[in-house]
Each structure stands twice: as structure tokens, then as C-alpha cells.
Design a protein around this ligand. Sequence first.
Ligand SMILES: *Cc1c(COP(=O)(O)O)cnc(C)c1O
Length: 411
Amino acid sequence: MASNKNIEPPSINHQWPIPYGKQNITEEDIQSVVEALRSDYLTQGPRSKEFEDAFAKYVGAEFAVAVSNGTAALHLTCLALDVKEGDKVITTPITFAASANCVQYCGGEVVFADIDPDNYLLDINHVRALLDASPKGTYKGIIPVDFAGRAVDMEAFRDLANEFDLWIIEDSCHSPGGFFCDTSGNKQYCGNGKFSDLAIFSFHPVKHIAAGEGGMITTNDKALYKKLLMLRTHGITKNVNDFQNSIDIAIGDQPTTNQEYPAWYMEMQELGYNYRLTDFQAALGLSQLSRANEGLEKRRAIAERYFNAFEHKSFVKSQSGIVAGHAYHLYVIEVEDRLGLYNHLREHKIFVQIHYIPIHLMPYYRQLGWSLGDCPNAESYYNGCLSLPMFPTLSEEDQEYVIGALEDYYR
Ligand SMILES: *Cc1c(COP(=O)(O)O)cnc(C)c1O
């Protein structure tokens, strides 16, 4: 085991090990959950709506739908866009499996396009090549992912999607508060609905905003918004204006002169699910959301320290770097001898992580025909990538310890 005076673990107030990501629960968070528990609502209630409104405002979208987790959000977006048997949808292999699985849930077929090795995001040129190689209409949509918190250039993807008549679901799980600058120089926030049909977020504890479990869908499309509300709750509507059955059927076979739908009446119009968020989760999400910008600033400061530490180090071949609008869910470096470094860091109680094992190499997708060599950039990225500790409460002292342990390994 390598050891060095410089990398003695910081002794004060230290909690072992140092993870790659971590939630931060404050007294205010706890208070707002307690308040929710003392209220009349356990499952979806007023706080869910409040959370939706606040979140929509935060990302600059018109509508938001809170759901039980990010995967449910992806499933519902695919259902709302009517993904069905045989529909082909393009995404990146460097993301969490759920970004791809949602297409499969609906009987569609996910197609992986390679990443750009410079920014680790879905490469629009590879997407275009796929689209050009098939008759128009072969593909139905694209799911770009703001991987690690770096915003996809959604303007460019929207142009491409329009050309081929495709929809876009932006997977923004890593990037609440992140943005890219459009061709007019305006900041475009991830999930603001200007370029994507629908965008999704997750409130899993490792993400920026923690709700235990939770997810959000944002959109500027009112028809899709209404459809999502129904799909979230069994495909049921209680809105009189949307009823399809006649008043006769609603009332039942009884003598009546009533010309209105009875108050109990509701309709299940589509095959929906129960993907609701509970109100105490929404309370936690709301409280966390109020500190989201603070957390983002801390993440950006941490990224800057990593960048400065590794800028001239030959053992770091590539890194997330300093990018305007990056939300830094992850700080990724690419190194030689990744396994050796990983083990060395674990010995020093630094629990780094790998994001991600390319999805097309997962046995489920290999059994569908995908194999090594299909996405060479993603595969070569996987050979050297490592996600360093990145969370708002990571102290400068702990970060120095992490940097020291890395330098020690390559010394
Ligand atoms: C976390 C995550 C999801 C899934 O979210 P859950 O809330 O865990 O279901 C989907 N896509 C990406 C990119 C994620 O990081």
C-alpha cells in the first residue's frame, strides 16, 4: 500500500469513507417533512403541486408533473409520446440504463449512437449518420442526456429532430440548474421545454435535489401535460369537460331528471399507472429546491479546484473541465491504469465510482444484438473514466486529501 505524509487523512470532523456523491439533509428539510406528515395529506396533495410549480419556475418550463422516480418519468414520457412496438429511438450508451430501458418498456427498440469523446455526450454527427442511413420515419425520437451535468446543445438537436420529424425527451437527471448558450448567446436551462418535447429529472438521493425517491417531467406542451397527469394516476380523469361517456351511463340505470354528471363520477380513459409522488417527499423536494443554487455554486467551486489540480498532470488524460452552465452532478477524469487507481483510492477510503458501464454491453442489450465495437468512443471512455467525489458538503480539506491520494498513486 502506498503511503505518504501528504495524504494522511484529515482528522477533524471526518466521516468515512468519502463517497462520490451524497445528499445533504438540513434541519429545515426535516421540519418541512414533519409538517407534511402532520397535515391531512400523505400521498399526492398540495405540496406536490407546489413542488411542481416551483420546479417548473426553476428550470423555466411552463408545466411540471411530479412522479415517483426518474424511471417512472421516463416511462410516462415514452407513453405520452406513444412509443409502441417497433418504434426506434436513439440514445447514448453512456448514461444510466433507465434512459434506454423506457423505450423497451413500451415495446420500442432503443438504438445507441456513440458519444463525442471531447464532452462525453451523445454525438449529434453519429445521430445524423444513423438517420441518414435509414428511410425517413424509421426513427421516432431521440433521448439526449445531460451527462454528468453538462448540458446538451438542445438547439442543434431540435433542428435535427425537426428535419427528421422526431420528438425529443431530454434526460436532465444530472443537470437541474444547468444550461447551454444558444446561437443568440442566450442561456437555455436544461428542461426548459424550448427545444425538447419533454424533459425528465430524478430526486434520488445522489442527485442534486433529494426526495428519497422522486422524479419530475417538464414541458411547454399543454396536451402532453394533460396526458401525463392522467397516465400518472391510472389513466383516470375527474375533469367533467373531458368525460367521454354520456350522462346516462354515468348515472346508471335509475330514474332521474339529473342533467349533470354525478359528483362521484370519474373515467379511466387510458391504461395508466400509479406513479404519484407522496406529499412528504414533495415537502423534502421543495425544501431542497430552495437550496439548489447554493449547491450548484459549491459543485462549481469543487470542479474548479479539481480542474486546477489536474490541468498540467499527465496522469489525467481528460477531465470534465470548466464549462459554462455545467451542473457537475459528476466530475469525471480519464486516467491510465484506472483499476489500480480505483483500488488505491478505496484503500484510502475514497469511494470513487464509474459512470457508466456502456449500456450496449449489458447482457440484456447484448442478447438483443449489441456487441463490443458498436460504440468505440463510449468503450474507450469506459476504459479510463472515474467519477471523483462531488457533492456540495465535500470540504476543501477532504478534496485536498482526494487530490493528494491521486497524485500519490502516480508518483
Ligand atoms: C438517476 C437517473 C435516472 C433514473 O432516476 P431514478 O429516480 O433513479 O429512477 C435516469 N437517468 C439518469 C441519467 C439518471 O442519472
